[in-house]
Design a protein around this ligand. Structure first.
Ligand code: ADP
Ligand code: MG
Length: 695
């Protein structure tokens, strides 16, 4: 298919340059080229004067006359021109291309020059290798936005600097005008006030003015996000159609538990979420749901109530946690819930002894076990079920599509329902993009009666007072976490910090039982330490971020975070979530270095200001960007060319709404008005581009 977008750039610029583009920037087709958008624009409209220049002036445009031209041999050989406007003088300097410059410069002609001013020690000003344009007559310069493109050293050496790339863009644009097919339907352009495609490529590369640029950006962002959403929704539709799920709708156990054993009243959000899951379980389609709720929002009981619906029909449930600590804790909590109902539940982790493991596998296989809690050990091949009906994944929102597919092999007859739970609040735009194929339930409200955690920030000089505060809290019967950073890049150093920290705590609190847990300890020792802390035998637990996920020790009410500036915002919030788990007042104390950079400061201030995980996640997205936040920096899972998930929430919402409408009304894009979508969707599917990497 000779689609304009799919044409090879060889046609346009010849094989040598095409090869360079391919090697250096991965640009193969006209589309790749057109979507190599400028990363910024220089405004050449704003003319300045020599007198107004300061050392911080960025690129600047000046108009004036060249008074003198001399070639200087001393030192580095160079050509220097004296340039003058009404306000002063400066030097224009060239280190090569002398013949070209000499030919170009004429006396008594007014020139427009463009460059970045350099200030020498003696206060002289220079422009090095300025761009130079003669001005004839009384020509005045109107505002002009010049595109600046990412290039590479190698491209630059081959005349493909920003200017060279702009030249190539002009070439492709001149052909585009007559050939390109619109990729969005007329009615969509009208409804969302989007500019037509043939205009926007012109305006994104060579905008006539700010307004046209903004319009072009909006259209291209909309289009990019729209087709991603369409693809995600389409994937979801295909999955729903193909994957029949077993119908679970027996509420007998659920009712028994609910009326006789529920330890507290559910919040409205918990009830809403259970209803959503219950509806899925009974729908006849396989459930794929993400349940997000801030730490302490009470996801565990929601999961348990849902499990009862499946168990009532004699199917089995598996719950997988990311760490042994967490798996054990889940096991113990589910055990308490399960006992009055006489359910059989067990724990399987990497450190389960062989004999016991064999026994577990046997009971699982014949169907004696109703519930199995574990770590990734649950995924090994020899773990097979009598009838796995429901798989719950806790605290692993990065558990991807491929891994989920692996779970399906655990039941040969039908696809088990899947629920993924996460306490990492995911900003809406990310949830829509990364989990667009999942159904989403959110618990926003915390159970009532909780007091918000008090968060304070102190520098080192306050340490004695912090210790005094810890002492007081322990006298009140409470327990304290002290968390040290352990960052992979500086692990050895961090580890010795942790040990030194531990020693200093032991010294500062003579006679006080202090525990320590970190990643280098083996499972058994970690377990012993956790148990001691849980039983209140140790009053202070010195630890690293192994404590981050899910751990629930309600009597621990003080969280001290050392070198807090080194943690990410979401991580700080996760750590803080280890306290505030009972009705007692809890505290989070952030200790930092005196020197805080701007984002460090912002993170700490945010933590002190708010307890709202969703607000924190939104800010973290702005500070760090989506790739970092989702741990997807390397995988390139989301290769957005122009849209920005941190900034374009409104556009994304609109694009998703449209994609949803279309999937509902015309899922195969058969309506004549949707022809452009039909064509573009097929093209994107066929193109082996970045678009296909999603999902
Ligand atoms: P998370 O969502 O972080 O997994 P948990 O399920 O561990 O939260 O719940 C945190 C704590 O709140 C637990 O001690 C749990 O028993 C308690 N809890 C959960 N729901 C409620 C509720 N509706 N009312 C009171 N306490 C609750
Ligand atoms: Mg939890």
């Amino acid at each position: 298919m000779d689609h304009f977008f799919s044409r090879d750039i060889v046609d346009l610029i010849g094989s040598d340059k095409a090869q360079l583009f391919k090697d250096e920037l991965g640009i193969h087709t006209y589309e790749d080229l057109l979507k190599h958008y400028p990363f910024r624009y220089e405004d050449r409209g704003n003319q300045s004067t020599i007198a107004a220049l300061t050392p911080t002036t960025p690129g600047v445009q000046l108009c004036g006359y060249i008074k003198k031209l001399q070639s200087i041999e001393k030192g580095k050989k160079r050509l220097v021109a004296l340039f003058e406007d009404d306000t002063g003088q400066l030097e224009l300097v060239w280190f090569h291309n002398f013949a070209w410059v000499i030919k170009k410069i004429k006396a008594n002609v007014r020139y427009r020059v463009w460059g970045k001013p350099v200030f020498l020690a003696q206060g002289q000003k220079q422009l090095i290798h300025p761009e130079l344009y003669p001005l004839y007559g009384h020509q005045t310069q109107k505002s002009q936005l010049i595109p600046v493109y990412h290039s590479t050293e190698k491209l630059k050496r081959n005349q493909l600097d920003a200017k060279g790339i702009a030249f190539v863009q002009k070439k492709v644009l001149s052909q585009l005008k007559t050939t390109v097919e619109e990729t969005l339907p007329e009615y969509v352009l009208r409804r969302y006030e989007l500019s037509p495609l043939r205009e926007v490529f012109q305006n994104i590369h060579f905008p006539g003015d700010e307004t046209l640029l903004k319009q072009a950006q909006r259209r291209l962002k909309f289009e990019e996000l729209f087709y991603i959403q369409l693809k995600l929704l389409k994937a979801r539709q295909v999955r729903v159609e193909r994957q029949n799920g077993k119908v679970f709708n027996n509420v007998s156990l659920l009712n028994t538990f609910y009326h006789n054993h529920l330890p507290f009243h559910l919040t409205a959000d918990q009830k809403k979420t259970i209803k959503e899951i219950y509806r899925d379980l009974g729908s006849g389609k396989q459930m794929n749901r993400l349940l997000q709720g801030d730490v302490g929002s009470g996801k565990t009981i929601v999961a348990f109530l849902a499990m009862l619906v499946v168990i009532a029909s004699n199917a089995q449930v598996a719950i997988m946690a990311p760490t042994e600590i967490l798996a054990k804790q889940h096991f113990e909590r589910f055990l308490l819930f399960a006992q009055p109902l006489h359910l059989n539940i067990t724990l399987l982790t990497g450190s389960t002894k062989r004999k016991e493991r064999e026994h577990i596998l046997y009971r699982l296989k014949v169907g004696i076990l109703n519930i199995i809690v574990g770590t990734h050990a649950l995924l090994s091949d020899d773990v097979s079920f009598n009838e796995l009906g429901f798989f719950i994944i806790d605290e692993q929102h990065r558990f991807g599509v491929a891994q989920r597919a692996g779970l399906l092999t655990k039941n040969q007859v039908y696809a088990p329902h899947i629920l993924i739970m996460t306490a990492t609040p995911i900003p809406r735009t990310l949830a829509m993009t990364f989990y667009g194929d999942l159904d989403l339930s959110t618990i926003y409200e915390l159970p009532s009666g909780r007091q918000p955690i008090k968060t304070q920030h102190y520098y080192e000089n306050f340490r004695l007072k912090v210790f005094q505060f810890i002492r007081e809290q322990i006298l009140l019967g409470r327990q304290v976490y002290i968390v040290y950073p352990l960052i992979e890049a500086s692990a050895a150093l961090d580890y010795s910090d942790l040990m030194a920290g531990y020693a200093s705590i032991v010294r500062a609190f003579p006679g006080m039982p202090v525990g320590i847990v970190h990643g280098k300890m083996d499972g058994a020792s970690k377990d012993i330490e956790m148990k001691r802390f849980e039983k209140n035998e140790t009053r202070i637990l010195v630890t690293t971020t192994v404590i981050e996920v899910g751990v629930n020790i309600p009597n621990a009410t003080v969280m001290v975070i050392e070198s807090a500036e080194r943690f990410g915002l979401s991580q700080l919030h996760q750590l803080r979530g280890r306290v505030g788990r009972s009705s007692a007042q809890s505290y989070c104390i952030l200790m930092t270095d005196y020197r805080l950079n701007k984002t460090g400061k912002e993170r700490i201030e945010t933590m002190v200001r708010t307890n709202n995980g969703f607000e924190i996640a939104e800010l973290d997205l702005k500070l760090r960007g989506p790739g970092d936040l989702m741990g997807l920096q390397q995988s390139g899972a989301l290769n957005l060319k122009i849209a920005d998930l941190a900034k374009d929430a409104a556009i994304l919402e609109a694009a998703r709404r449209l994609a949803k409408d279309i999937m509902q009304q015309d899922p195969e894009f058969q309506h004549p008005a949707n022809l452009p979508i039909y064509r573009e969707y097929a093209r994107l599917l066929a193109a082996a581009g970045g678009w296909n990497r999603i999902g």
